[in-house]
Design a protein. Structure first.
Length: 158
């Protein structure tokens, strides 16, 4: 039996459902969550960031949250967030981006998905996030865009 990956989706993935550039892959990701291919993990930070989002984006969250686990160890995540900032991975001007990575890490996710290519899905930063994770006793985490993890139907491949 195939192990289901624990995947943290940051706020950008929910918003991506209503962004023409990201719609198809975001919808495919959430469809995979509903089908049980991924165990979605969310945090109170996502809920906070979505409070002022368009209703259609909030609805996406409300539709998938019954399939999700919620991160509960905020103190541990805040500590790791500070380690990322103090290490210079990310500026103190963007603490929530670091906190998303920290929530995913402390909740034992194998993967975080995001459309944030500046602060999260960024090769240099991924290596640095994982270096800090290892220094603090956490395992490495994969950081990808939803486009990289969507499963395609092989039936019509040539």
């Amino acid at each position: 039996m195939k192990k289901v990956l624990r995947v943290y989706a940051d706020t950008s993935v929910f918003g991506g459902v209503h962004d023409l550039l990201f719609t198809d892959n975001s919808l495919s990701f959430f469809s995979s969550v509903r089908e049980g291919r991924f165990q979605l993990v969310v945090s109170a930070l996502i809920e906070k960031e979505l409070r002022h989002a368009p209703e259609a984006v909030r609805t996406v969250f409300e539709d998938v949250v019954p399939f999700a686990d919620t991160v509960t160890d905020e103190a541990e995540a805040l500590s790791l967030q500070q380690a990322y900032i103090q290490s210079g991975i990310i500026s103190p001007k963007w603490p929530d981006d670091a906190l998303h990575v920290a929530f995913a890490t402390v909740s034992d996710c194998e993967l975080i998905v995001s459309w944030n290519f500046k602060h999260i899905v960024n090769l240099r930063r991924i290596h640095l996030y994982n270096a800090v994770n290892m220094l603090h006793g956490y395992r490495e985490i994969e950081i990808r865009s939803p486009a990289e993890i969507v499963e395609y139907d092989d039936e019509n491949d040539d």
